[in-house]
Design a protein around this ligand. Structure first.
Ligand code: ZN
Length: 106
């Protein structure tokens, strides 16, 4: 079995910082936008880091939970969405007013 292992740089890694922020909000979770501001990375990079964090959490017996995005206009919930990023528009009513997914660690 081969494993990629990249030694973390000195100090706190982005993933470690994400994990700490998520652990501090176990009830409501945090959106990609909130995480980007808290950790200091761009919002579009959050999903990629979360995918890696999810793998390391699984190895430790925890799990990254996604509270699905929801359409503000009609209440449609994006339950089947696999990607961690925010959907562009609602498949039901075409509204772009989407309440973004939130992430938490359980
Ligand atoms: Zn809708």
């Amino acid at each position: 079995m081969t494993r990629e292992f990249v030694p973390p740089p000195r100090g706190v890694t982005v993933r470690g910082a994400l994990e700490a922020e998520l652990a501090s909000a176990p009830e409501t979770g945090l959106t990609a936008k909130e995480l980007s501001g808290l950790v200091g990375i761009s919002e579009k990079d959050v999903a990629g880091h979360l995918e890696h964090l999810e793998k390391s959490l699984k190895a430790g017996g925890a799990a990254l939970t996604v509270l699905p995005a929801e359409c503000v206009a009609c209440g449609y919930v994006f339950r089947d969405r696999k990607r961690l990023s925010r959907p562009g528009s609602c498949p039901e009513c075409r509204s772009t007013r989407i309440d973004p997914p939130a992430f938490l660690i359980r």
